[in-house]
Design a protein around this ligand. Structure first.
Ligand SMILES: Cc1cc2nc3c(=O)[nH]c(=O)nc-3n(C[C@H](O)[C@H](O)[C@H](O)COP(=O)(O)OP(=O)(O)OC[C@H]3O[C@@H](n4cnc5c(N)ncnc54)[C@H](O)[C@@H]3O)c2cc1C
Length: 462
């Protein structure tokens, strides 16, 4: 019989033998840390294990399928949608013991890594070799390559460089039941068979447990620069953004901060932009110095054609960092508007961003809640924070109603529910608004093919 933590004594014994010492824990006061993630949802794991070799993952998943024990892959727990919360109970499997960089191949421009390597550490190590791994979630300093691959993380550089999916060439993974699979290759092109690598990237731990990733690298761009540009209206900022693309320029990043967001940031720091700024763009460019100089001339010409009220250019990394700090301050500053937030990362076609932002503002006004919109204008991934106070019933109801209406608006405009964070536990219930029954049926069949007993991260994502 299972005891109160869902595992029988025999099952606990098996796990303790496979994961000796500190690599197995089940005491609630220690295991509870592994029951939550950045979503702040919580469920107590039955046990937590930390494999240090891929062979242990194979043994674990062979056993888990036989015993019908749910397993919940977990890296740094920075996902915001409850992606690794062990809801319903089961064994949390931490990837942090699988954290070796196995190979950097400077001829092939590839790397082979284990999933628990912290993304920022990997990128810093590559910089010393003039190599570049572009995916840059804002959490890069503390999230992992494996977590990024499982969520297909994206960041500000997606405009020019794409997202994690574009840099995963191959995956070694263990299927429920214990079989290893090897998808993709270390080549930059591969069209033999179905693309299982792309299927696994973004699968949120629901299909297989990644034990190795083969990543694509680029040469490090030697020069970079940042422009901060203020406009008298949101419409002007959006027109300026379009003008940059129309001039044939593809910036690395193009971020938008409309008036409400600027006011919010100005509550916590002295703002460098003039009073009449109603929308701000932050643009990043990179390349070889000669090319970069020309790109900046063309970009400034496009922006100045729309009549900015403020423009600063930074070429020195410290000065650039100072400008980007205003963008990073949005999250902490937002809590001046409410103790709680519903944070959305909806994505719109670029041509619908203006309509989307206007509509979202209208929804906020209609429900009398503060809504901040900001973020990755360059790829239409507009972050939307609905700020409220959970203890105030009126505000909580208004925030929930506004949230619902915003998701409908985005889908009506041809957008998607999530561009970065995924659906996890918190947004899974909305999936059917975006995906039809036939496609949803295919998701179910694919899940069954990988995980016939439904033990891999059950109840998540789709
Ligand atoms: C401050 C902050 C900023 C953020 N900024 C961004 C951003 O800019 N862009 C963005 O995309 N996200 C962002 N996020 C969300 C989060 O950082 C990403 O989703 C990230 O990829 C999660 O990485 P992790 O290592 O923490 O993985 P976890 O959160 O531990 O896991 C994420 C998912 O991956 C699965 N998983 C983990 N390891 C494996 C494995 N080895 N095999 C199979 N499945 C596995 C888990 O089951 C879970 O479903 C941010 C979060 C925070 C807190």
């Amino acid at each position: 019989m299972p005891d109160s933590n869902g595992l029988t004594g025999r099952q606990q014994f098996f796990l303790q033998s496979l994961f000796p010492g500190e690599d197995y824990l089940d005491a609630p006061e220690r295991a509870c840390v592994y029951g939550t993630d950045a979503s702040r949802l919580f469920a107590l794991p039955w046990a937590v294990v930390r494999p240090r070799e891929p062979g242990q993952v194979r043994e674990l998943l062979r056993w888990a399928q036989q015993e019908r024990i749910p397993v919940f892959p977990r890296a740094r727990g920075t996902n915001v949608v409850g992606g690794c919360v062990p809801q319903g109970g089961g064994v949390v499997v931490s990837c942090l013991g699988l954290d070796r960089i196995l190979e950097i191949n400077e001829e092939d421009f590839t790397a082979q890594v284990e999933p628990g390597v912290v993304t920022g550490d990997f990128q810093a190590m590559l910089r010393n070799r003039a190599l570049y791994y572009p995916p840059d979630p804002a959490s890069a300093r503390f999230s992992t390559l494996g977590g990024n691959a499982a969520t297909c993380a994206g960041g500000m550089r997606a405009v020019k460089y794409g997202v994690t999916r574009d840099y995963v060439l191959g995956i070694e993974a263990v299927l429920p039941g214990g079989e290893f699979i090897h998808t993709g290759a270390r080549t930059h092109k591969n069209v033999a068979g179905l693309d299982l690598t792309r299927l696994l990237v973004g699968s949120a731990g629901t299909l297989a447990f990644f034990t190795k990733l083969t990543l694509k690298l680029l040469p490090l761009p030697p020069a970079q620069s940042t422009l901060m540009v203020g406009f008298g209206s949101l419409e002007q900022a959006l027109a300026a953004s379009a003008a940059v693309f129309q001039a044939g320029i593809l910036p690395v990043a193009m971020e938008l901060m409309p008036r409400e967001t600027l006011d919010c940031v100005a509550r916590v720091v002295a703002a460098p932009w003039p009073q009449n700024t109603n929308a701000l763009l932050l643009l990043k460019h990179d390349g070889r110095p000669e090319g970069l100089r020309e790109e900046l001339v063309l970009t400034r010409r496009a922006l100045e054609g729309v009549g900015p009220c403020f423009l600063v250019e930074a070429r020195d990394p410290a000065e650039e960092d100072r400008l980007w700090e205003y963008r990073r301050l949005i999250n902490p500053a937002s809590f001046r508007l409410g103790t709680d937030k519903i944070s959305e990362d909806v994505t719109l076609p670029r041509s619908k961003v203006a309509e989307g932002i206007a509509g979202i503002r209208e929804v906020g006004r209609g429900h009398e809640v503060s809504v901040l919109t900001f973020g990755h204008l360059g790829d239409g991934n507009i972050h939307t924070n609905i700020m409220f106070d959970r203890d105030d019933q009126r505000q909580s109801r208004a925030a929930a109603a506004a949230h619902d209406q915003i998701l409908d608006l985005v889908l009506r405009l041809g957008g998607v529910l999530s561009g970065e964070h995924g659906l996890g536990l918190t947004k899974r219930k909305y999936l059917e608004r975006q995906v039809g029954p036939v496609e949803r049926g295919l998701f179910v069949l694919i899940k069954k093919a990988f995980d016939p007993c439904g033990i891999m991260n059950p109840g998540k994502a789709y």
